[in-house]
Design a binder for this molecule. Structure first.
Ligand SMILES: Cc1ncc(COP(=O)(O)O)c(C=O)c1O
Length: 391
């Protein structure tokens, strides 16, 4: 009944609980304010501050000119998968063959496919919360139920105990995102080991999301699939969006063993039949980026992070420096207890666009997400505006 619209046309029932991102509505409001001639400080986004490097763009252009415009293997070109195998071994400690990686249309397709192949209707998935909003919809779209695990409580009371407390007999999977969007939290190696041992003991599948693997400022990035016993029960999803500023290219990949990989291949084959061929050539080029360049970009993000976090704390929006990703997630109850109202007030009164924490799950309430992947000047102006408004 629910899945009908004004025309009376009925949709598949599994769409009932699948939502549409609130973030789009905020983006629209920002555009409307700009159109009215207002200056808006755009800290609501999740895009790197720099453009896709030229060598990556030229690789795609070259591929087009050389007529690399035909079907590629739907799992990805062999040289791409081989380059990914080398990267995974060197950087993530994940040792796989070229048959155990698949190119995906952004990290999103890998995550979509992972939940589709793992969850049966009625299954539960543990999701550390606050969490990247689409995950809730990917779980419900697979007719599963997200079980939100408060990350801060888990850190305080022990990850294992907390997972135990929230798991049900129907729990099949754990979504494990580090560094996290929206909090910037980075799970430690010890915490990864706790999650892994819980997964092994309960025979759960881990869907790991390492979109921000290159943006860790404190501590180390640990790929959970690299831990003993985990390669066989983990599907790890990566993206080129953040590290290489390739959000619009829709380039990503997933790593898994059988039986997952054959199922992932089917999902990719029957949805997009692979990643656009010239984009795969750009991906090969991106993987040639020296680590020193990635490290230099990370330092640029760190400068932005420190600038923003200092400013937030100065105006009483309490915020520890996030260990990773490019978001700060301060408590904003000083503005309003309800984060949607707080975001609206900040946008209207201080012309600062942010994302209400409640969008990322109940555990995000009382917070706002500030994305700091913007020019330092924009952060300075935002802080000055905050000072005028709150100071
Ligand atoms: C936590 C997280 N995972 C995955 C993605 C997927 O990114 P894409 O589909 O652009 O590769 C994003 C993008 O914002 C993200 O924040």
């Amino acid at each position: 009944m629910k899945a009908t619209n004004q025309t009376g046309i009925r949709l598949a029932g599994r769409m009932d609980e699948v939502g549409f991102s609130d973030i789009v509505q905020i983006r629209n409001k920002v555009m409307a304010m700009r159109a009215e001639g207002h200056q808006v400080y755009s800290l609501h986004g999740g895009e790197p501050f720099f453009e896709t490097p030229d060598d990556i763009k030229f690789a795609a252009v070259r591929a087009l000119v050389e007529n690399q415009t035909h079907y590629a293997p739907s799992s990805g070109l062999q040289p791409l998968r081989e380059a990914l195998v080398r990267k995974l071994a060197a950087k993530n400690g994940i040792h796989v063959t070229a048959d155990e990686v698949i190119a995906t249309v952004g990290g999103s397709q890998g995550l979509y496919a992972a939940f589709q192949i793992v969850l049966d209707p009625g299954d539960d998935a543990l999701v550390f919360s606050p969490y990247w909003t689409p995950i809730g919809d990917l779980v419900t779209g697979a007719q599963g139920r997200p079980l939100l695990v408060p990350t801060i409580t888990a850190r305080r009371n022990g990850i294992r105990n907390t997972l135990e407390q929230f798991a049900t007999p129907k729990t099949r999977a754990i979504y494990y995102n580090t560094p996290q969007n929206p909090s910037g939290l980075v799970f430690t190696r010890a915490e990864a080991i706790e999650v892994a041992s819980f997964a092994i003991e309960r025979d759960l599948i881990v869907i790991a999301d390492e979109a921000y693997e290159d943006l860790v400022y404190e501590g180390d990035h640990v790929s959970i699939a690299s831990l003993p016993g985990m390669a066989d029960r983990t599907i790890t999803c990566f993206t080129f969006s953040k590290t290489y500023a390739m959000t619009g290219w829709r380039a990503g990949y997933a790593v898994a063993r059988e039986p997952f990989m054959t199922a992932l291949r089917k999902m990719v084959l029957y949805s997009t039949n692979g990643v656009t061929t010239p984009v795969q050539f750009a991906m090969i080029q991106a993987l040639k980026t020296p680590e020193s360049k990635i490290a230099a970009l990370r330092e640029e993000y760190r400068v932005r992070r420190d600038l923003l976090v200092k400013g937030l704390n100065e105006v009483g929006l309490v915020c520890d420096p996030p260990a990773g990703a490019f978001y700060a997630f301060p408590n904003v109850e000083k503005i309003h207890k309800n984060s949607r109202t707080a975001a609206q007030i900040l946008l209207e009164k201080a012309h600062i666009a942010t994302i209400p924490g409640s969008v990322f799950g109940a555990q995000g309430e009382g917070h706002l997400r500030f994305g700091y992947a913007v020019p330092p000047k924009e952060i300075e102006d935002c802080v000055a505006s905050l000072r005028k408004f709150l100071g």
